[in-house]
Design a protein around this ligand. Structure first.
Ligand code: SIN
Length: 482
């Protein structure tokens, strides 16, 4: 396992030798020390990316695509080792980590194909003596700041389209989970990526992001993380007019209509809510159930949640691991306490559970019913395994509650009525809608939000747009002689 930084094709330490420890969230065991870098190393990354830009931009798209496919092949061959690494630093169950490696590989395959299909477009001259073209050009050097909840896949989601369009990139992974990103740096190197095309630096988030946003050579920044940090990046990106793509927080409503298949809705809710211990931006955060179904839905949901095996991610059979850190545990505790103090009813969970040799971060899957819009868990993203359930009376009121938020990432609806599915989907103010499913993530689809959930799309052909600048050229041509 490489724990140094990957800059200009070399594995390097921080210039002053500073390091920071990466810990297993399950027991705080030290996994590795990685460089604690700052502005100097961040700028060295941009220097390298700028030097590499000309040659990479001019590399024919099919050659770039072949390299991306090689990256996907290596990821698949190394799936189990990479999954073990993800689980060690993030804590998620090993089967989820294996899924994440495949998800990461899919982004490289998808971007390879989309990059090959990118072509100059001819624009109709509208009867005038012009030849007009729109040419896709890469943005240049771009930056990526990636989160800890999908430490490999979220870098893949940003790196693959950047490379497919001819951009070069500087990457800063989350402090909690830098090892997966460094491992991906190693895979890119092994696949034959020229030096400097992707550079991975670990360390002080403020110093590194400041260096990039002030540099002037960094033309784009893709960030996945909290809305608070996204807003701060927007302010700091203004001076150099850096193009942003922001995938921020969510407050996903999940609506179960009275005509839903109850068992399917419960299973989907369990899959969506407790994935990564509830630490995804698209986890259902506000579960709205048609009043006549509330009792049977919550009873089954609580039964299923209480039966989920909680434990270390590496233990076979574990369905939910620890939360990432103590602050995450405190936030879930605060949301549970607030809901109960305001009249919510606890059906299962509600506290951490001791796991032999583990830290106090294993929060039991929790279901609270009789929740209302004044409670914290309905107003703020919990980012943990709390499933709060409220009743609604009709479609209009369900939609009203669902849309009553400045966030708009994912929404889920459960109904057997196709016309209702279509009607409600059209009225939900968000970027992603799951109909009778919570498993919406896919490398070929546009992932992204509205409002406080950010802007820009990742995945599919849409993911490449964030790394392109279209050049319009209009050529006067001699009018044909009559
Ligand atoms: C996220 O939580 O940011 C990403 C979730 C996903 O891609 O499924």
């Amino acid at each position: 396992m490489e724990s140094r930084n990957f800059i200009d094709g070399e594995w390097v330490d921080a210039r002053d030798g500073a390091t920071m420890v990466v810990r297993d969230p399950a027991d705080d065991a030290s996994l590795a020390s990685v460089p604690r870098c700052g502005a100097r190393e961040a700028t060295a990354c941009v220097d390298a990316a700028q030097r590499a830009l000309g040659a990479w931009r001019n590399t024919p798209a099919p050659e770039r695509a072949n390299l991306l496919r090689r990256v996907a092949d290596i990821l698949r061959v190394r799936r189990d080792a990479l999954a073990a690494l993800i689980t060690s630093e993030n804590g998620k169950p090993i089967e989820e980590s294996k899924g994440e490696v495949s998800y990461a590989a899919d982004y490289f395959v998808c971007a390879a194909g989309e990059g090959e299909r990118l072509v100059e477009e001819t624009i109709d001259p509208r009867g005038r003596p012009f030849a007009r073209r729109a040419t896709p050009e890469c943005l240049g050097v771009v930056a990526a700041i990636t989160p800890w909840n999908f430490p490999l896949a979220m870098m893949a989601r940003k790196t693959a389209p950047a490379l497919a369009t001819g951009c070069t990139q500087v990457v800063k992974p989350a402090e909690a989970t830098p090892l997966s990103a460094l491992a991906l740096g190693g895979v890119l190197h092994e696949a034959g990526l020229p030096r400097g095309v992707v550079n991975v630096v670990t360390g002080d988030p403020q110093a590194i992001s400041d260096a990039w946003l002030r540099d002037g050579r960094v033309r784009g920044l893709s960030f996945t993380g909290s809305t608070a940090v996204g807003k701060d990046l927007m302010r700091r990106a203004a001076d150099q007019v850096v193009r942003l793509s922001l995938e921020l927080g969510g407050l996903a409503p999940l609506i179960v209509f009275e005509d839903a298949d109850l068992d399917a809705a419960v299973e989907a809710t369990v899959a969506g809510k407790f994935r990564c211990a509830g630490q995804t931006c698209i986890c259902p955060n506000r579960i709205l159930v048609a009043r006549p179904l509330v009792q049977p839905f919550t009873r089954r949901l609580a039964e299923r949640a209480a039966a989920l095996p909680l434990g270390r991610g590496a233990t076979p059979g574990t369905r939910m691991g620890p939360l990432i850190n103590d602050a995450a545990v405190e936030k879930v505790r605060r949301h549970v306490a607030d809901a109960l103090a305001r009249g919510g009813r606890l059906l299962c969970g509600g506290a951490t559970v001791p796991i032999a040799g583990g830290c106090d971060r294993f929060f039991a899957p929790t279901v609270i019913t009789e929740v209302n819009a004044r409670m914290l868990c309905f107003r703020e993203e919990t980012f943990g395994p709390l499933a709060p359930v409220a009743a609604f009376d009709d479609e209009a009121s369900a939609l009203g509650i669902a849309n009553d938020t400045p966030y708009g990432l994912a929404s889920y609806i459960f109904t057997r009525d196709p016309s209702r599915a279509q009607r409600v989907t059209a009225q939900l103010r968000c970027g992603i809608v799951g109909v009778n499913t919570c498993l919406v993530s896919d490398a070929t689809a546009p992932f992204g939000g509205w409002g406080w959930s950010g802007f820009g799309r990742e995945g599919g052909r849409w993911g490449l747009d964030e790394y392109l600048s279209w050049k319009y050229s209009c050529h006067a041509v001699e009018a044909p002689h009559s």
